[in-house]
Design a protein. Structure first.
Length: 71
């Protein structure tokens, strides 16, 4: 039997990491966020690392480009 919760979790992790990456690289204002959001995201990078860890645990796939901007 397929555990569909895993697919949802992978999608949620991917979406969150993508939002963080875009807000950091393109700028929070371009994402429709407040200007201070980008700095806040950068200062709270530890939760993003936890999301990435969960993604790797679920998929067993490492993404070096994500690891680079998380470090």
């Amino acid at each position: 039997m397929v555990d569909y919760d895993i697919y949802f979790d992978v999608a949620a992790c991917t979406r969150r990491l993508n939002s963080i990456a875009v807000s950091i690289t393109a700028g929070a204002e371009q994402m429709g966020m407040r200007p201070c959001a980008e700095q806040r995201i950068k200062s709270q990078i530890e939760p993003a690392r936890e999301v990435y860890k969960l993604l790797v645990d679920l998929t067993e796939i490492r993404l070096p480009i994500v690891e680079d901007w998380l470090n």
